[in-house]
Write a protein that binds this ligand. Structure first.
Ligand code: SF4
Length: 109
């Protein structure tokens, strides 16, 4: 199962890390939640494939270390989500559907 596209309704915003919102529940290192709002990555699904980092035309993503997480020890953080041009490439290339992009989400919170 991929990221919940309605996570902003179903999860609580629990804080901020690496310049983006964190949506809980979060219990590091095993449970890391969803990261970002306009460009959101479910860190508990991300397996560090890296296609989003390679393909994003405006370099929204950067690696952050997540030692001890069961899926992967680094994750694609949407650090520069405010640069996103909504091309949806990252959504299409992610092999585990860990990414959801929605430019209107900020206005619905
Ligand atoms: S939708 Fe396009 S511009 Fe936005 S983060 Fe994904 S690949 Fe980058």
């Amino acid at each position: 199962m991929g990221i919940d596209p309605n996570f902003e309704r179903n999860l609580e915003r629990t804080g901020e890390e690496h310049d983006v919102d964190v949506w809980g529940p979060v219990e590091p290192p095993e449970k890391l939640g969803v990261r970002g709002t306009h460009v959101a990555v479910d860190f508990d699904i991300c397996l560090a494939d890296g296609a989003c980092l390679e393909d994003c035309p405006v370099d929204v993503f950067e690696w952050v270390d997540t030692p001890g997480h069961p899926e992967s020890d680094r994750k694609a953080n949407p650090t520069d989500e405010d640069q996103c041009i909504d091309c949806m490439l990252c959504v299409d290339v992610c092999p585990v559907d860990a990414i959801d992009v929605d430019p209107g989400r900020e206005n619905r919170i």
